[in-house]
Design a protein around this ligand. Structure first.
Ligand SMILES: Cc1cc2nc3c(=O)[nH]c(=O)nc-3n(C[C@H](O)[C@H](O)[C@H](O)COP(=O)(O)OP(=O)(O)OC[C@H]3O[C@@H](n4cnc5c(N)ncnc54)[C@H](O)[C@@H]3O)c2cc1C
Length: 406
């Protein structure tokens, strides 16, 4: 039986190096940042990135050919969880969303010329990118409804439409833009195509950054008017926008889970630390059963999150179908994260509600995890469909429940 939950020594050594880097370099620089002033943020990220490169901790998810560390998804799960113990850890190592997903997408779908022009500078940390799919007028959960339209005119595609919540659009050097190109596709999922759009450019109007529950956010609303994109800037083939989105979102969702595990772990550590130091009604909080139940629930949920993410990453690394496992992990970890942070706030009382700890900020950030990149209910719908199909087609639920040897 080859079920081995240990990492090879070199990956364990890498864990120590990432932890030391985050604690020793990233956190102290992060503490000096003024959130209202983006120039201090930029300077801080540059400083962290230089230190990451010096320590050989740059671009963990990309192959060596692009200057990366060439880690598989299982090793990446560990690195991302470690890096995300700090808000800027993934930025320091150049594995932050949405660039990380865009790099994977370009690596898989880009032509040689597209990779040299867009992927290489992104990997070198010289530029940033964004991914533009969601629209205010139609449900983002169903990309077959996309209305932004691209029409061929000579050697250019002319695009008109409306996007919003485009993370990192301001300051991005290019966008991967999803638009409808096919009027009569064989299946509704084959109506859209993806385009590489150089930014800034006429016709791409960044009208505002949307204020959200975690502040003015870096997520833009874009009005697209007669934007011309050369023919050779299509990424993948005509009608492959949906496939490309799915290819991008599978590992990208798991990468979110990995970062959420880092955040959940911090919240649980803070819960335990506070509970063992706070005295009320004759004993420490940690001695009260109600608090122990919270700690136990958070511990079990963190453990389940780690197992689910590692197993989904294992399947991706082995080229196995990972859709169900990623869906289940994304749903579970997103919800566990929200509950674990909420319990941490409860145990901290007023302190947890204040900005004197990172918990309030973490709670605001965590809320979007339950609907972005696949809403809870959409994942539940897909999970149930696969379970029903497995039963009807095979008379067994094994493939729907992780295809585990149990
Ligand atoms: C912080 C943040 C960053 C983002 N970054 C990007 C980005 O960079 N690029 C980009 O393109 N988009 C981005 N998004 C948008 C995100 O991908 C969408 O919010 C998501 O796809 C959901 O689409 P929607 O908001 O239109 O919600 P809708 O699709 O309208 O869904 C709303 C709700 O309806 C329910 N629902 C939907 N379908 C079903 C169903 N089949 N069964 C039952 N209930 C259902 C769910 O409860 C869901 O939460 C970002 C969003 C946030 C909050």
């Amino acid at each position: 039986m080859a079920i081995d939950f240990s990492f090879p020594p070199e990956i364990e050594e890498l864990r120590t190096r990432v932890r030391e880097f985050v604690d020793g370099v990233v956190r102290p620089i992060e503490a000096e940042i003024d959130d209202e002033d983006r120039t201090t943020l930029r300077g801080a990220v540059i400083k962290m990135r230089k230190a990451a490169i010096e320590r050989g901790l740059w671009l963990p998810h990309m192959p060596a050919e692009y200057g990366g560390m060439g880690l598989g998804h299982v090793a990446m799960a560990m690195v991302s969880a470690e890096a995300a113990r700090s808000r800027l850890g993934p930025w320091a190592m150049n594995c932050q969303a949405p660039d990380e997903g865009n790099m994977h997408t370009l690596l898989h779908w880009g032509t040689h010329e597209q990779k040299e022009k867009y992927l290489r500078p992104l990997c070198e940390g010289r530029v940033r990118s964004c991914f533009a799919m969601t629209e205010p007028e139609v449900a983002g959960s169903d990309p077959t409804l996309i209305r932004t339209r691209a029409v061929l005119d000579g050697d250019d595609w002319v695009v008109n439409g409306h996007k919003w919540f485009i993370s990192g659009a301001r300051g991005a050097k290019f966008a991967i833009l999803i638009a409808r190109t096919e009027d009569d596709p064989e299946i509704p999922q084959a109506a859209n195509s993806a385009f590489l759009v150089d930014l800034p450019i006429d016709g791409w109007n960044d009208v505002r950054e949307i204020a959200t529950m975690h502040g003015s956010s870096g997520h833009s609303e874009i009005v697209i008017e007669n934007l011309r994109v050369p023919r050779n800037r299509m990424l993948g083939g005509r009608g492959q926008g949906h496939k490309l989105g799915q290819y991008r979102l599978g590992p990208a969702r798991l990468a979110h889970c990995m970062r959420w595990i880092g955040q959940a772990e911090i919240a649980l550590e803070m819960t335990v630390d506070r509970a063992t130091k706070r005295f009320a009604h004759g004993s420490m909080l940690s001695e009260k059963q109600a608090i122990q139940w919270m700690i136990a629930d958070s511990t079990m949920e963190l453990y389940q999150s780690k197992l689910m993410v590692l197993h989904a990453a294992y399947r991706i690394d082995r080229g196995l179908d990972f859709r169900s496992e990623v869906s289940m992990a994304k749903h579970f970890v997103a919800n566990a994260l929200n509950r674990i942070i909420d319990r941490a706030i409860q145990v901290h009382g007023a302190l947890g509600y204040s900005h004197d700890t990172p918990l309030a900020h973490m709670a605001q950030q965590a809320r979007w995890a339950r609907f972005a990149d696949g809403a809870d209910e959409v994942h539940q719908m897909r999970i149930a469909q696969r379970t029903i199909a497995a039963w009807q087609e095979k008379g067994s639920l094994t493939t729907a429940t992780g295809d585990l040897p149990l």
